[in-house]
Design a protein around this ligand. Structure first.
Ligand SMILES: NC(=O)c1ccc[n+]([C@@H]2O[C@H](COP(=O)([O-])OP(=O)(O)OC[C@H]3O[C@@H](n4cnc5c(N)ncnc54)[C@H](OP(=O)(O)O)[C@@H]3O)[C@@H](O)[C@H]2O)c1
Length: 270
């Protein structure tokens, strides 16, 4: 995102530094979103943290460490209400002045698996992709109007790349949702498509695909089963996405677009 080529090589600290940048992260109150929001703030960004609830967003934004005393911003945003995303984005701009980085992370879940899901539930789950896209295009259009670069990061999943193991869920809970697999696989592919179209605008688009990072709400017994399914034999901790999200948001990944960065303890390696 560096505006001009410098006559000296940037240091690694400069490459990862987000000072002076504004990063919008959706679902910033969630299990992974809260750690990624902290990462962006710790790297120096001003963070626009969104939740479907204004109160939750404002409260979460207030907990983030500040760079040079600049306050972070919490706003309401529901990416399933695509007709309202323009207004939400305008509110973000009113508060923060501009957006340089988008982390499209929020996710409205659909728990029904292949055996019970209805067509309406399936379509509803896919609507998360429409929300990711609509917000990303607002960021792209905004960057073009400012003649500034931008970095867009979509949250994918290992389940956008591989099937789940039927025996991981059997007897514990429904399998991972078939519509979630369709959604996340589509997001990985949407990343490539938009990256190709927006590179000329200096808008990079990448996907960050976590492996298993279950929260404390995971059903009893599931974590133990999942731990047998990956080389590292343990689950990811939310902080283990912090480096990756700052890498993708910052100049450290300045020559990277259209890619899917997988952080999964080796789940997809075998
Ligand atoms: N945890 C994992 O193991 C894992 C693995 C692979 C991929 N992922 C992906 O990582 C991302 C974050 O997952 P997570 O585990 O942190 O989930 P999470 O704890 O459920 O957080 C997701 C957040 O998304 C927000 N959200 C829900 N509906 C929304 C909507 N319509 N518009 C905007 N935001 C909405 C919610 O925040 P509010 O209620 O405050 O609005 C929620 O806290 C998701 O995209 C998920 O698919 C997670």
């Amino acid at each position: 995102m560096r505006e001009t080529a410098t006559d000296r090589e940037p240091t690694v600290q400069e490459l990862f530094d987000l000072s002076g940048k504004v990063a919008l992260i959706t679902g910033g109150t969630g299990h992974l979103g809260s750690a990624m929001a902290r990462a962006l703030a710790e790297a120096g960004a001003t963070v626009v943290l969104t939740s479907r609830s204004t109160d939750k967003a404002v409260a979460a934004a207030a907990t983030l460490p500040r760079s040079k005393g600049i306050p972070h911003v919490g706003i309401a945003l529901d990416h399933m209400k695509t007709d309202q995303l323009g207004d939400a984005f305008a509110r973000a701009l009113d508060h923060a002045g501009r957006i340089d980085v988008l982390i499209d992370n929020g996710h409205e879940a659909e728990p029904a698996d292949w055996s019970t899901i209805t067509p309406e539930q399936f379509t509803g789950q896919l609507a998360n992709a429409s929300g990711y896209f609509t917000l990303a295009r607002l960021v792209r259009d905004h960057a073009v109007s400012r003649q500034a670069p931008a970095s867009v990061v979509f949250l994918g999943s290992m389940y956008g790349l591989v099937a789940s193991y039927p025996d991981a869920y059997e007897g514990i809970c429904p399998a991972s949702s078939v519509a979630y697999h369709a959604l996340k696989g589509g997001i990985v592919q949407m990343t490539r498509h938009l990256a190709a179209y927006w590179a000329a605008d200096r808008v990079r688009v990448n996907c960050l695909s976590p492996g298993p990072f279950p929260s404390e709400h995971a059903p009893d017994g599931l974590v133990e089963r999942l731990c047998t399914k990956l080389p590292m034999k343990r689950m990811g901790q939310p902080y283990e996405l912090k480096g990756a999200v700052v890498f993708l948001a910052s100049d450290a990944s300045g020559f990277m677009t259209g890619q899917n960065l997988v952080i999964d303890g080796g789940w997809t390696a075998w």
